[in-house]
Design a binder for this molecule. Sequence first.
Ligand code: ADP
Ligand code: ZN
Ligand code: ZN
Length: 707
Amino acid sequence: MSNPIVVQIVLDKPLAQGFDYLWDEKKLGSLPKVGNVVEIPFARSKAIGIVIKVSAHSDYDFNKLKDVEKIAPLPPLDPALLRLMNFASQYYIHSLGETMLPTIPQMWKKAESWEKIPKILEDAKTKNQKNIKALTSEGFVAKDQLNLEQKNALECLDHPNRGFRAILLQGQTGSGKTAVFLNWLAEILSDKNAQVLLLVPEINLTPQLERRVRAYFPEKKMVVLHSGISEKKRGIAWYEAMTGEAQIILGTRLAALTPMPNLRAIVVDEEHDTSYKQQEGTRYSARDLAIWRAHDQRIPILLASATPSLETWMAAKDGRYESIRIDRRAQGANLPKVHLINARDPQNQFSPGDEKAPKQKSLITKTLAKAITKNLENKKQSLILINRRGFAPVLSCGSCSWLSKCTQCSTYMVMHKSGMFGKKAVLNCHHCGLVRPIPSFCPECGDADLKTLGHGTQKLEDAIEEMWPDARVLRVDADASRKSKGAEELFQKIHDGEVDIIVGTQMIAKGHDYQNIGLVAVLDADSRLYSADFRAAEKLFAQLVQVAGRAGRSGKEDQDGGDIYIETQYPEAAVFQYLLRHDIDGFLAYTANERDEAKLPPFSYQGLVHAEAKSLEKAIEFLNALKGRLKSQGFMTKELKVYDPVPKAVMRVAGSERAQLVIESSNRKMLQEALEFVDQDLRRDSQGRISKTTRIRWLIERDPIAI
Ligand code: ADP
Ligand code: ZN
Ligand code: ZN
């Protein structure tokens, strides 16, 4: 008998290593290859796994090893992808199997349907040929139509050196970045086999962009990958990417992990967008992985944004990335005028006798109401933005500008009604863990009128209907826009001018080209600015710039840029002052300085340990014990801080309560080692990621984007 073949296989399970199986060449009809997707017997059932090693040895008794049963009708995953997965697994402290298997579409993980797959692919091909969409020239700007700035940008991109380059393309919304990078990709795609990856943040961005990209590459095969398409469609698209049949891969974060054997360039549009961060499973940043991938595969990557993330902006400033700018709006429209409405100022408020004064106290000030009325009279649309996520609010004084700022660090303390600190409500800093009783009086001015920020958005629609009974009001909520069809319909309504006032979350402000919005209003800016999250100002600024970009986008040369109204009790805040001047670099420089002083990211690196338990006390206790072990093992040093555990901003989720522990270091390697220790330490008493003794569910997160 010839030597048996042993393969090591990883599964979608929180297990540190792979499992050995035997490979029967005769039965399976081929030799094993690293990257093969296979079906194996596991426990008392079957599982799908990926071959990560082939050898003739096993530490186990051959007689105890089971046989691989089936191979998926797929080429093996390519070595570049395997390197990427290995890196992601190590960096994000998640097992290789758990990192790889969720990136494979369901269709390829159902062994019982593997026989039917050739037919599915065949059908898809003929259907595709029949369905080649009528091409529009929507948004198509040919190379020779680019303006001077765009031409220069394209020239900078078009480098003879085809190795790794990371390039930041910075320019206001509407400055023509998309037109530049699509022309760049067109040049790369003149090589017949080349593939390019275009990452976008949200699924509701894809339909419009999809048409636009298609207009550039009528003769190329493009596939779209995001979670809003059917499993079958996704399965086929992924297959076409992995076989090189598709040249253009347009998708959301999960597309960054697609096998693409001939990948030649990557574009990450709106690179600052937080939806690039995966929030479950392996909590990767698709942008960061895309950069790693480009580096590893020695190809260029372009990061485009009007408001780059501080990380990327700093890298461009330090010369680690190249930097290209376009500064004018492509179609010549002016930037919108920003108005700050001081919500504290009585002049801006309704008085009871006023015409139009709403019955209930509303978030809309008199000044804003007047502007909306005028905008309606001008037959323009108004966009009113609100966010309605649950969060632990910051405490503020009604008379002066006092806010519950942490005395130990640069973040804001938030209110927790009851829980870990006895039955009393307290203020708690989510960064350093400081706990303080709720003051009865304002520490600055002595006033007793202390209240939490961010109340009252609920009643907004009622107020609007009451104040403008004749206006056609459209609500766009997250649920509607998540379904790509639903979103398309809503956006069409807006485009067709069937609505006058649109109320929605910032989602609606992203990426869409609206032609008739004359006014944008932001009502709850304060509660988004002052929160436990140290990135709150950066996120708000990016959103406001995006939103501002929606106003006055129309193409006429002398068009005024529209108006953006922000209601705030703190008009002097830096974020608003820089916005007023459209000074993006000024704001980023200011923020960089603040972070540097507080040694917060990107001037340090963070990891989080999440714990979820029946009660908050249990979760905190669990993390405290972990902190104790980190200390006794010598991990806590001058260069590595482990803070006190705190409740999460959204504390309660379906019957369980959640807490987190922040670990911070200026040294990446030290952080990595500490997190690896945490992983091993907690695994010792766990089944998967659930503690056997306490039943507490835990998870490690690297580079969190919200604290
Ligand atoms: P960004 O990606 O920076 O938001 P876009 O590339 O989407 O900007 O350009 C904004 C609008 O201007 C689009 O409708 C686009 O078709 C148009 N546009 C871009 N460049 C030009 C140009 N050189 N001439 C005319 N229109 C242009
Ligand atoms: Zn006060
Ligand atoms: Zn603090």
